[in-house]
Design a protein around this ligand. Structure first.
Ligand code: SP5
Ligand code: ZN
Length: 360
């Protein structure tokens, strides 16, 4: 399969994130993508390409998923941050005040233009540093998702959007969880707009794909399924529970399969079987897999115990769904093993799609 990688990803390099009252070095670092790219050069799966998507097509696609106001916010955020205080150029922007949704508590539509307030309106955590290059990197990353969608629409069995910052936590008008633009949702929407009547998203990142779920929650044409650490104890805490099944016209088109922290490959695989049954019953014509490798036993911020060889089997199993499949790169913070784990999954998929076995 072809890989579309983001040439501007390193423009987004967050310095620190807030964790338990302290600033700690950011886990979502540029080296993550470089390790995957290096492994893809060692174990080639197909061409490594930079996306070629025109400005107009990209803008149009972004507006299919995100609001115009949010995109304008992101586009001008760094300038507005530095305008608050010239010294801000030396540090990343993080929100520290939020309009909670309690009735009568705060106005969600408060007529403020202060940048501290706008950050609070558009971010749901203080763990996602917004930097001078965040917009450029995220925007070019969306181009990778679109290029991969075009590849699948042209008949490819698989395609990989290798980009960071990741995307699955980003919603229509908010960022968080290291994510700014929802690459998987952009890909799913592009597949819909390109003629796939029904698209399924199967999120295998350790964390619930809250942004993707929310974007499609009332839609019958895109099924969202997520396997993740139980939000009762795991980030993002406020979404991802099993009773969230979609709403309105999208009733029944969302499935969450939360697993307790500490779960291993056996329990995880059972959940994957359940997820794939749902995808199959839905009658999807294409599959989008937000691929997080933070289910790995060695991941520094997560709690499942999958090992390197398991990813080969995950990829093979995904291939057996028999659908054109688009992978987006999401989480995974055990940087040294990230390349091997990601390429294992994709190689397993290739082997499965060819009807063979990836070994391991
Ligand atoms: C895309 C993705 O995987 N986003 C995950 C965002 C998680 N943010 C919260 C990180 C909490 C860090 N916990 C540090 C634990 C150190 N022992
Ligand atoms: Zn994650």
């Amino acid at each position: 399969m072809k890989t579309f990688h983001n040439p501007l990803h390193a423009a987004h390099a967050g310095r620190q994130e807030m964790f338990r009252g302290r600033m700690v070095p950011s886990y979502e670092v540029p080296e993550r993508l470089e390790y995957v790219l290096a492994e893809l050069r060692r174990r080639p799966l197909g061409e490594l390409l930079e996306p070629e998507v025109g400005e107009a097509a990209l803008e149009q696609a972004l507006l299919r998923v995100h609001t115009g106001a949010y995109l304008e916010f992101l586009r001008g955020a760094w300038q507005a941050w530095v305008a608050l205080d010239p010294d801000n150029a030396q540090r990343d922007a993080l929100p520290s005040v939020w309009p909670l949704g309690h009735r009568h508590a705060f106005r969600m539509d408060a007529p403020t233009h202060h940048f501290a307030a706008r950050l609070g309106q558009h971010a749901f955590d203080a763990g996602t540093p917004l930097t001078a290059g965040s917009w450029a990197a995220a925007r070019a990353g969306a181009g990778c998702a679109l290029a991969a969608a075009r590849e699948v629409l042209a008949g490819a069995r698989g395609a990989f959007a290798l980009t960071r910052p990741p995307g699955h936590h980003a919603g229509p008008d908010y960022f968080g969880g290291y994510c700014f633009l929802n690459n998987a949702a952009l890909a799913a929407q592009a597949l819909r707009d390109g003629g796939c009547a029904r698209v399924a998203v199967l999120d295998v990142d350790y964390h619930h794909g809250n942004g993707t779920q929310t974007l499609f929650y009332e839609r019958p044409d895109v099924l969202t399924v997520s396997l993740h650490g139980d939000p009762a104890t795991e980030y993002p805490y406020f979404l991802g529970f099993a009773d969230e099944r979609g709403a309105g016209a999208g009733q029944g088109c969302n499935l969450n399969l939360p697993l307790p922290r500490g779960s291993g490959f056996e329990a995880w695989s059972e959940a994957l079987e359940r997820a794939l049954r749902e995808v199959c019953d839905f009658g999807a014509q294409a599959l989008v897999v937000p691929m997080g490798l933070d289910t790995f036993a060695g991941d520094p911020i997560s709690g499942f115990t999958l090992r390197g060889e398991h990813y080969l089997r995950v990829g093979e199993r995904l291939a057996r769904a028999g659908l054109p499949t688009l992978f987006t790169f999401e989480g995974g913070y055990a940087v040294a093993e990230l390349g091997a784990n990601a390429v294992n999954l994709l190689q397993g998929f290739e082997a499965g799609a060819a009807g063979g076995s990836a070994g391991g």
